[in-house]
Design a protein around this ligand. Structure first.
Ligand code: SUG
Length: 418
């Protein structure tokens, strides 16, 4: 059995729009009311996946959810036609594209039963995301039906869980036992802390992790208050490397000491606040990068193009690469439509360390399958959505047929009704 890092990217759904639904997510708030470009957004996502394939990584996809979510509106005793404008926007959001919030994943080497465990995130702190979990669960149960996996339903209310965006794994190699860091928030100035410690603890218990190899880490209040609504806006890990902003964690020294005690091979690459401010880290999404090990062993950071526009960030990255640290290569991707809603390269993917042969192949992609998906997107995804047009019945018909075309092309029509 060969364990590989597989990145499952959320295909950007045809309803991608800017409704400003996430308080604490500064980019999304800033974009509220802007005209979105769903086709371009989805094709940017395809471009990122192609770039990952070319790096030699294994790539998968998760599918856009049924939008508007008529089932959820039914549970609220209304329909899309009758709902208020705000509820309509919440039912229409394409937010499932940010697959880092789909689930928390503990690879087989970390768990007591030697299976890879996934717990679907409940996302209950944000109404427009609180109804994602049921379709996510349906998709993960299909993709990971093999006995190599255990897929858990979400942690119950009232404990908020936002999935892998608040979870990091460090390990010498993918198939060695790792240490898992669960990052939770307590306070965030005027913004909500979306990940609750109780939820992280429940996930760690469900995944049967070794208590000696897990850490519960408090995200710093300053980071949440500066717009880091998830830990993956200020920190990312891969292999033995933790790449983090100096102000990512409330008790920085203790976190570093604990990591080094449990895993002496760990390498912490920290960006000092006097080189890159929290504000610049949040607006450039420097840390919302994919940190990956490519087949020749080079640890590579896949950053959003926006990093180049921030002189302090670019200067720091250039120095890092010129130096002798563990991150040896930088790749840049363009996901600016997603970025405008606060979702960078790392938000768009759920990372699963597993044997690709145990995954339902319908969820894995190569260039040819990406060509097919891109054709469906080009044919069916709206070119633009004006925030004022989300009640337009013709738009809704178009969105529903777009998803149906995609499910048909991927032989996944069973996801039509979950
Ligand atoms: O939950 N944006 C998402 C962005 C999620 C990014 N994910 C990670 N950091 N892993 C969120 O805030 C904006 C939707 C809107 O306003 O229409 C939104 O939901």
């Amino acid at each position: 059995m060969t364990l590989r890092e597989i990145n499952f990217d959320g295909i950007v759904g045809p309803s991608h729009n800017y409704a400003g639904l996430s308080p604490g997510n500064l980019a999304a708030t800033r974009s509220a009311g802007a005209v979105s470009r769903p086709r371009a957004a989805a094709l940017q996502g395809i471009g990122k996946m192609r770039a990952n394939l070319r790096l030699g990584l294994v790539q998968g996809v998760l599918l856009p959810h049924a939008r508007p979510d008529r089932r959820w509106l039914g549970e609220l005793s209304t329909s899309y036609e009758d709902a208020s404008a705000h509820l309509r926007a919440q039912a229409l959001s394409a937010s499932a594209m940010w697959a880092a919030n789909a689930a928390t994943v503990s690879p087989a080497p970390d768990t007591a039963d030697g299976r890879c465990h996934l717990t679907v995130a409940n996302l209950l702190m944000m109404p427009h995301r609180s109804h994602e979990w049921s379709e996510t669960l349906a998709q993960l149960r299909l993709a990971f039906a093999d006995p190599a996996f255990v897929v858990h339903p979400p942690v119950p209310a009232p404990f908020g869980d936002e999935g892998a965006a608040n979870h990091m794994r460090l390990s010498v190699t993918h198939d060695a036992p790792g240490i898992e860091l669960f990052v939770y928030g307590e306070r965030g100035g005027s913004f909500p802390a979306r990940q609750h410690r109780e939820a992280s603890e429940a996930v760690a218990r469900a995944h049967r992790l070794d208590p000696a190899r897990i850490l519960f880490v408090q995200q710093s209040e300053a980071a949440i208050a500066a717009g880091a609504f998830h830990n993956d806006v200020v920190a990312v890990a891969n292999g033995p490397v933790l790449f983090a902003h100096e102000q990512a964690f409330e008790h920085r020294e203790r976190v570093h000491a604990d990591i080094c005690r449990i895993m002496p091979e760990a390498e912490i690459v920290e960006v000092p606040a006097d080189r890159v401010s929290l504000a610049d880290a949040v607006s450039s999404y420097l840390f919302n990068a994919q940190l990956v090990t490519v087949p020749d062993g080079t640890i590579t950071l896949i950053v959003p193009g926006e990093t180049r526009a921030h002189s302090s960030v670019w200067a720091w990255l250039s120095e890092m690469i010129a130096g002798n640290g563990p991150i040896r290569r930088i790749e840049m991707v363009d996901v600016r439509e997603s970025m405008a809603n606060g979702g960078g390269p790392a938000c768009l993917r759920l990372r699963v360390v597993a044997d690709p042969a145990t995954v339902d192949p319908r969820f894995l992609v190569d260039e040819a399958k990406l060509d097919r998906i891109a054709e469906v997107i080009a044919a069916y995804w709206p070119e633009t959505i004006d925030a004022d047009a989300i009640g337009d019945p013709a738009l809704i018909v178009r969105l529903e047929s777009a998803r149906a075309a995609l499910l048909g092309s991927l032989d996944l029509v069973e996801l039509t009704y979950r």
